[in-house]
Design a protein around this ligand. Structure first.
Ligand SMILES: Cc1ncc(COP(=O)(O)O)c(C=O)c1O
Length: 395
């Protein structure tokens, strides 16, 4: 798309016609054509039989279409993409599939989502791995991020696991520099891409990524229950499939003919999934590519920056998201003096049908500025905040 025709784009995404949707970082509203394609798939299976020859063939093609769409989006090959249900699943596959010895170490940060926190916790408990948590709250520049990560690395570090964009305050990490630092010590990096995929353009080769896990349902605006895991080709054999099934072996005809496929990414996909959802994922990625990842990102940043400027005019509002060079994203977290975050979220919904969420660390209200949002919507929400009654909660 040359110049983004925001009116047309919004018409293609029904939820934008009804509410001020500022919660894409949780789950994004799907374009109508994505939902249509899912419905068509379910209809086809219901009308013609899910294993009728032509339906089965179409189903295999759809799975491949989704895999290739994700690979294209990330600038990698389809043989490096496993289709997943969500981000958390991919993170578990890598963390639990790597070889760990007691006393090994993993480095992560204090701003992670439970998708990283919980698998790390169990890694520590069950495999006696030491999980080092780097404090990134309040960092103001890339140098400080790198210094703190570097200080946590030791000869026992086997993995660095962190988000590309933090869900709490939208901090964007300098991923290429982190990868370079880690690789200089021979350490692979597992990236939680839940908030970056579909928000910013991604070229995983240029970033020199090892492992990258992402959802379909957030900034890519796809259906819940879709996601993907990228593993660099050479690393696939190093990750053992913990959950195994049909797709984890070369042939399942007879017990005597079972043969492991350590180098095949499909070993992680295990068994039956919904072709309808893969059709939805492929369609939403096509929509995203049509709009243009660079255009999407520029608009996301322009809107979040506008929002931060406008919030500065709201009495008692304090932006908690980093605004430093290169660290900002489309997630803006703020607090309002004298008002609990939950009250703010409730008020916004009741007064102007604006959808936002609370976050706990730092405690505040989080807005996601997606490319389909408008300057007018931001103006409305900020005006609404100015009218919010004060003085009850703790801020
Ligand atoms: C940074 C981050 N990681 C992981 C997740 C969980 O994603 P999923 O539901 O795809 O597992 C989220 C969800 O908000 C997130 O923001």
């Amino acid at each position: 798309m040359k110049d983004m025709d925001i009116v047309e784009i919004r018409k293609a995404i029904p939820a934008t016609q009804k509410v001020i949707y500022l919660n894409t970082g949780w789950s994004g509203p799907s374009p109508a054509r994505v939902v249509e394609r899912i419905k068509e798939w379910l209809e086809l299976e219901s009308q013609e039989g899910p294993t009728s020859r032509h339906v089965l063939e179409a189903s295999h093609q759809t799975v491949q279409e989704a895999r290739e769409a994700v690979a294209d989006l990330l600038g990698v090959s389809a043989e490096e993409i496993a289709l997943m249900q969500n981000t958390t699943q991919g993170i578990n596959i890598v963390i639990n599939g790597l070889t760990w010895r007691p006393g090994d170490e993993m480095v992560t940060t204090d701003l992670e989502h439970p998708a990283v926190i919980v698998p790390s916790y169990f890694l520590g408990k069950r495999r006696r791995v030491k999980v080092k948590v780097v404090d990134l709250m309040d960092v103001q520049d890339e140098g400080a991020i790198l210094d703190r990560l570097e200080a946590a690395i030791s000869p026992r570090t086997q993995l660095i696991c962190l988000s590309h964009i933090m869900y709490t305050d939208g901090l964007r990490l300098p991923l290429a520099r982190i990868q370079a630092l880690a690789h200089s010590r021979g350490i692979p990096v597992l990236v939680d891409g839940a908030q970056s995929a579909g928000q910013m353009p991604l070229d995983l080769r240029a970033l020199d990524c090892d492992f990258y896990s992402l959802p379909g349902h957030k900034w890519l605006l796809g259906p819940d229950g879709t996601g993907a895991l990228f593993i660099r080709k050479e690393l696939i054999p190093q990750v053992r499939a913990v959950n195994v099934g049909h797709w984890s072996v070369a042939s399942v005809e007879r017990q005597s003919s079972l043969r492991e496929t350590p180098g095949e990414i499909r070993k992680f996909e295990v068994s039956t999934t919904s072709s309808a959802l893969w059709a939805g994922l492929a369609t939403t990625i096509a929509f995203h590519q049509f709009v243009g990842p660079q255009m999407v990102w520029e608009r996301v940043l322009a809107l979040s920056s506008l929002l931060c400027r406008e919030l500065a005019a709201v009495p008692g509002a304090r932006v908690l998201s980093p605004r430093g060079q290169g660290l900002a994203s489309g997630l803006v977290t703020f607090s309002l003096e004298g008002v609990e975050p939950k009250e703010v979220v409730d008020y916004l919904w009741q007064r102007c049908q604006a959808v936002a969420r609370t976050v706990a660390y730092p405690a505040g209200v989080r807005f996601s500025t997606a490319f389909f949002n408008t300057e007018e919507e931001i103006g409305k929400v900020v005006e609404c905040l100015k009218g919010l009654p004060r003085g009850k909660g703790g801020g």
